[in-house]
Design a protein around this ligand. Structure first.
Ligand SMILES: Cc1cc2nc3c(=O)[nH]c(=O)nc-3n(C[C@H](O)[C@H](O)[C@H](O)COP(=O)(O)O)c2cc1C
Length: 255
């Protein structure tokens, strides 16, 4: 059997705590299924800032900046499981990671990774994990993936604290990843993930007037008729109803 390709993108400038957390996730997963893993930092790609030239959004074509962004996109495209990871930097993702999110702006409009399973991971000294999970989760979901878990870890300096709690969370998420990769269970988007999908669908419908390539992309991929970016996900009627309610309440946040 061929190994599952796991690719982790780390937003830290150093091979430090977040890199280590990704290694721990990969090592746990490797005990459950055969994996071939690669963990890279954003800095390994030489990615420049977005220049707001509007090429990707308004013209609907690839970013014209000739740097490592294309290579990053193909590394993500080729993997079976993607891990997006960042240290907490002032209650947010790192600048390096945010640069990738900005450059990937068109991916939220024309999601290229439909149905790819993803894990989000973050490290902190004390707080900010929730905020960073929200940013990372919105990214992978907006890019068309299905987020199967969030793993956070606290480090005092370079020392992992709450070791047992972290190991247990890694075990839980790696177990779910192994079941999803082995097609033993269908991943289940959260109600918020469904809200993100519906919000982007609404935007794509409205884009017919000013960015018709977005509309055409959603139409060609049959996304207007779907309840999520990909088939093969489990959505309970309760989650569907909750998402509808949340969409009504949170609409201004996503507009
Ligand atoms: C610029 C900077 C900002 C940080 N901001 C926070 C913060 O807001 N809250 C927090 O608890 N830790 C904060 N930290 C600590 C890091 O999140 C923590 O040490 C993390 O594990 C570093 O990961 P790394 O070794 O992969 O870079 C910050 C560290 C740096 C360098």
């Amino acid at each position: 059997m061929t190994a599952f390709k796991v690719f982790a993108l780390v937003g830290s400038p150093r091979v430090g705590n977040t890199h280590r957390l990704c290694r721990m996730i990969v090592e746990k997963l490797a005990k459950l299924v055969e994996v071939e893993a690669s963990i890279k930092r954003v800095e390994d790609y030489n990615i420049q800032y977005c220049r707001d030239c509007s090429t990707c959004l308004v013209k609907g074509v690839e970013c014209p900046i000739g740097d490592g962004f294309k290579g990053l996109k193909s590394d993500i495209a080729e993997c079976d499981l993607f891990i997006l990871a960042s240290p907490v930097y002032v209650v947010n993702v790192s600048t390096q990671l945010k640069t990738v999110l900005d450059r990937a702006c068109s991916w939220y409009h024309r999601p290229p990774f439909l149905g790819k399973p993803a894990i989000v991971a973050a490290t902190t000294a004390s707080h900010g994990l929730r905020q960073v999970f929200n940013v990372l989760r919105t990214a992978v979901v907006g890019w068309g993936m299905v987020c199967i878990g969030e793993v956070g870890a606290k480090f005092h300096g370079d020392r992992l604290v709450e070791e047992e709690k972290t190991a247990s969370k890694i075990g839980e998420v790696a177990g779910q990843a192994a079941r999803v990769l082995g097609r033993k269970v269908k991943p289940s988007p959260s109600a918020i993930d469904l809200v993100i999908f519906e919000s982007m669908k609404r935007e794509a419908k409205e884009s017919l007037r000013w960015a018709p390539h977005d509309y055409r992309y959603w139409e060609e991929h049959g996304l207007f008729e779907k309840p999520y970016y990909s088939d093969g996900v489990h959505i309970s009627p309760f989650k569907r109803a909750l998402a509808k309610l949340l969409l009504a309440v949170t609409a201004p946040m996503y507009r």
